[in-house]
Write a protein that binds this ligand. Structure first.
Ligand SMILES: Cc1ncc(COP(=O)(O)O)c(C=O)c1O
Length: 403
């Protein structure tokens, strides 16, 4: 087997330089733990960035991949595909939606959503409607359309010209949306909880007001649930907390338990604007990915993971609030279920590295927001282990870092 040093050197030599990576090669995972090539064990509070909601290598997902890979790995969407049909049916039965388009990533799902919104406007006789309103600090992906949709300059820098027809307004500000709407607006796209932007939850009534505004102005409402869907926020979809439903929703990340997948779900009324030839993806909904998806969604629903997510999430949140009470440089703790952000008064990268040295994987977004996204099977004891370690690290480095 190639040694760790050589692997990292080859990674730096052969792989496109788009990520700054920690000097660790992860080779195995089970439940909430992962192991590196040099035999170190880590408790994983990153979970592949909200992908491994069931934990690593969930038995039902592994079994489904094994079974499906012996039967049929890929065929074209020229033909009907059994697990694709079953996964679509399951998603429809558990959501507002009537139809599902499958693709391979969150960005692709959002591309599909935006294409559908524009096509729907044209099909309903409003050809001039093409503008899309999104939120500041949003994140929707890295393709040309989705970096344009993303309300953060840093992701767009260097990629001009971007797509025309996008406007950005403050999250949690319905009046700002109202002011941004023109006769040309076709859709509003919003994450029901902003993830990459620093874990920002909607204020009470915000999503409901957006829904109402969209109904009044005949504009489509798109929820990007790529990061916070599939149980992450303690409900199957995060928007269920607010009791409102979109016209279109996008999913990806944990939908297939770690196998690449994306999905765009829509109501029948809107979905009918996609007809044969209007949109497609070679791999979208392929037998292997959707068999894994079917197993992952079934496991999520059957294993009572939503309840565990809410219960352990509440425990985690209150433990982090204890830390906030102790350290004045912790500005805020935000989140729902098991997506929790802790905003610091200084850069968080050093804390992430120190946690890693002590056997815990965590993430930092927006420079100073520690983000915790453990598998939904995480236990209160595992949370306590992390919080205890974090307490020690913050105690040591907090003073030097300033408040
Ligand atoms: C809310 C949201 N939308 C879209 C994406 C893009 O997903 P992907 O990286 O699968 O293209 C992400 C990724 O982090 C996300 O958090």
């Amino acid at each position: 087997m190639t040694d760790t040093k050589t692997l990292i050197a080859d990674s730096q030599k052969y792989i496109a330089n788009t990520y700054s990576r920690y000097p660790v090669v992860l080779v195995r995972g089970q439940g909430c733990k992962v192991w590196s090539s040099d035999g170190r064990e880590y408790l994983d509070f990153v979970a592949g960035l909200a992908v491994c909601n069931l934990g690593h290598c969930h038995a039902k997902v592994v079994q489904a991949i094994q079974d499906q890979s012996r039967k049929l790995i890929h065929v074209s969407n020229f033909y009907h595909i059994e697990p694709q049909i079953e996964l679509a049916k399951l998603l429809v039965e558990h959501s507002f939606a009537d139809r599902v388009f499958f693709c391979n990533s969150g960005a692709e799902a959002n591309e599909a959503a935006m294409k559908l919104a524009k096509k729907y406007a044209k099909d309903t006789g409003r050809a001039e409607k093409f503008e899309i309103i999104t939120m500041e600090k949003s994140f929707h992906g890295r393709t040309m359309a989705t970096i344009t949709a993303t309300g953060q300059d840093k992701f767009r820098k260097g990629f001009d010209p971007l797509l025309p027809g996008f406007k950005y307004v403050r999250f949690n500000d319905v009046d700002a949306v109202l002011r941004a709407i023109t006769p040309n607006t076709c859709a509003i796209m919003v994450e029901p909880i902003q993830g990459e932007g620093g874990v920002h939850c909607p204020s009470d009534g915000y999503l409901r007001d957006l829904r109402e505004l969209c109904r009044e102005k005949e504009i489509l409402l798109i929820f990007d649930e790529v990061q916070v869907g599939m149980g992450r926020a303690g409900k199957l979809f995060a928007h269920e907390h607010d009791g409102v439903y979109p016209d279109i929703m996008t999913l990806a990340k944990s939908l297939a338990g770690g196998v690449p997948i994306g999905a765009m779900l829509a109501t029948e009324e809107v979905a009918k604007s996609f007809s044969p030839g209007t949109h497609a993806s070679t791999f979208g909904g392929n037998p292997l990915a959707t068999a894994a998806g079917l197993a992952a969604v079934s496991a999520l629903l059957e294993d009572d993971l939503l309840e565990n997510c809410r219960r352990v999430g509440d425990h985690f949140f209150s433990r982090l609030m204890d830390l906030k009470g102790k350290y004045p440089f912790i500005k805020e703790v935000r989140g729902r279920g098991l997506i929790i952000g802790m905003e610091l008064g200084f850069e968080g990268s050093e804390i992430v590295t120190r946690c890693m040295e002590k056997g815990f994987l965590i993430n930092c977004t927006m420079g100073n927001v520690l983000r915790f996204l453990p598998p939904l099977i995480v236990t209160p004891e595992e949370v306590d282990q992390l919080v205890g370690t974090l307490d020690g690290i913050l105690g040591e480095c907090g003073e030097g870092a300033g408040s």
